[in-house]
Design a protein around this ligand. Structure first.
Ligand code: GDP
Ligand code: MG
Length: 170
């Protein structure tokens, strides 16, 4: 297997753990468990006949402490930056998550995707606003619902395809 480490970052409550849970286990939970420390799940994704073993690093609770340990960032090939379309603040805060990546990631070419989650609810942040922010950071962009399983697998597929097609892999 070819291993790909992906980070899932963003403010508390935006749905990071829910997106991972939906993708890996195809389940959704209404409750919000703020786990302390880090959570880790893995899943194999096949692209063009090749198996990629995704290692998904969730920042459970650590988002409140800001300085994640260097081991969190080490050798990450991609980062999924999540905000909640009901919260403009959660989008604004992604700016500092990009700063964190720039400061701590050992990979200057880390692939990124900005994800506006909770599209099953009434939005505050327009799609255009999210897209503009993503473009500014040369990121991919998608809006999702972990709850209704809308575009969740696409997030992981898009970023893995970007990593695989970039020259930085293998
Ligand atoms: P995290 O802190 O970023 O890991 O966020 P969680 O995954 O724990 O989700 C926070 C809360 O938002 C929970 O109550 C989830 O049930 C809820 N949630 C997550 N994704 C969605 C979604 O797509 N739609 C709706 N309506 N709620 C969601
Ligand atoms: Mg969580």
């Amino acid at each position: 297997d070819k291993a790909i480490k992906l980070l899932v970052i963003g403010e508390s409550g935006v749905g990071k753990s829910s997106l991972i849970r939906r993708f890996v286990e195809n389940k959704f939970d209404e409750s919000h468990d703020v786990t302390i420390g880090m959570d880790f799940k893995s899943k194999v994704m096949n692209i063009d006949g090749v198996d990629y073993k995704l290692a998904l690093w969730d920042t459970a609770g650590a988002e409140r402490f800001r300085s994640l340990t260097p081991s969190f960032y080490r050798k990450a090939l991609g980062a999924i930056l999540v905000y909640d379309i009901k919260s403009r603040e959660s989008l604004v805060k992604l700016e500092s998550w990009f700063d964190e990546l720039e400061n701590y990631s050992d990979n200057p070419n880390i692939a990124t995707i900005v994800v506006g989650n909770k599209i099953d609810e009434e939005r505050v942040v327009s799609r255009e606003e999210g897209l503009k922010f993503a473009r500014k950071h040369r990121s991919l962009f998608l809006e999702t619902s972990a709850k209704h399983d809308k575009f969740v697998a696409d997030v992981f597929r898009d970023i893995v395809e970007k990593i695989v097609s970039s020259g930085n892999f293998e």
